[in-house]
Design a protein around this ligand. Sequence first.
Ligand code: MN
Length: 197
Amino acid sequence: MLAQVALPYAYNALEPSIDAQTMEIHYTKHHAGYVKNANAAIAAENIAVANETELVASVGKYSTGLRNNVGGVWNHNFFWQVMGPGGKGRPEGKVLDAINASFGDFEKFQAAFTEAGMKRFGSGWAWLVEHEGKLTIGSTANQDNPLMDVSDFKGKPLLALDVWEHAYYLKYQNKRNEYVANWWNVVNWDEVAKRIG
Ligand code: MN
């Protein structure tokens, strides 16, 4: 059975960047729906789940429905944890050092990550990953992620941004650019730091 992680903060904790209604619907309807459907697919396909990450890494062996829903479980469990209230806006210490080493400076990194989120056509995710000792930026469609065997873009996720319309449409409507710009205020860089190295 896959589980939905407890939200580490209240629905309104990321206001005004992400409004409480969007957070509540996103967590209790969208994410909970992926959990329910993923577990139904795991049962229907008779899969013995060693752990969530191993299943994600082998989704290519199973149905598209399983791939989409298992990805939806993993991606949101990750996404909630790399956000939080009281964000400092920019990283420091080893995260900043790694970003500077890979992208030049924080502004260049931020521009490239924003572009990955803006250019993802339709629904998907933007990612910062660690791969072969370097940090790289990319995006995935639907609920795919860089741990999946089926993904062209691979690495260990350090930071993720959900650019599905369900993540921002209630507050921002078509203005994905404003959502992305405000989202930087709620990135939890301490959680990113825990995942580096
Ligand atoms: Mn979502």
